[in-house]
Design a protein around this ligand. Sequence first.
Ligand code: TMP
Length: 206
Amino acid sequence: MILKNFVVFEGIDGSGTSTQIELLKKRKESERFFFTAEPTSLPTGKFLRSILKGEFELSPITTAYLFAADRAEHLYSKNPQNLGIKALCQNGKIVISDRYVFSSLAYQSVSTGEDLPKLLNSTFPLPELLFFFKIDPKISLQRVDSRGQREIYEKADFLEKTEERYQNLVDEYTKKEPQMKIITLDATKSKDKVEKDIWNSLSTLL
Ligand code: TMP
């Protein structure tokens, strides 16, 4: 199922998804958008952040379940202080999430195999528009290193496998879910060029 008004940014660490969200927030049209991210700022997301920093070690299987649990609340929350993506989209907001199911399908499957992340994420709706930030992990890791401490997945061999899985997912979903529009961005280009490419597609939703 496709969730209308839902947009997702995906790519390996250092591919620039968060930078582009910050640039979009500065646009005059930004009040039409609701910006969000995974892991969320909910307790599940905070726990995931401590796992990502390496402060707490969990089995990769449990980690896959936690990412999916965090996503379920992110999507389906009815709490007015913290309304979920589904309700926001249905209320007419264009929701832009920095990461979503494809992060689990790309990252978790490196450690658990593909079946578990696929199963855990199989009931979640797909976005109307997906931006994939394509980048060589060597370049993205240089960006990660220039801003500080590495997290658990920020290693060349792991990110190479993740990038390959992302590429396979783009090919797979292009074929099997043609209603989800996928835009592949050259994330090695300048911030301004990437922003222009994003805006070309995003502005069609307004
Ligand atoms: P970020 O906040 O810089 O995007 O980092 C989030 C990290 O969490 C990044 O390494 C990807 C990872 N992640 C997963 O492994 N699975 C997921 O489902 C999500 C949402 C993130």
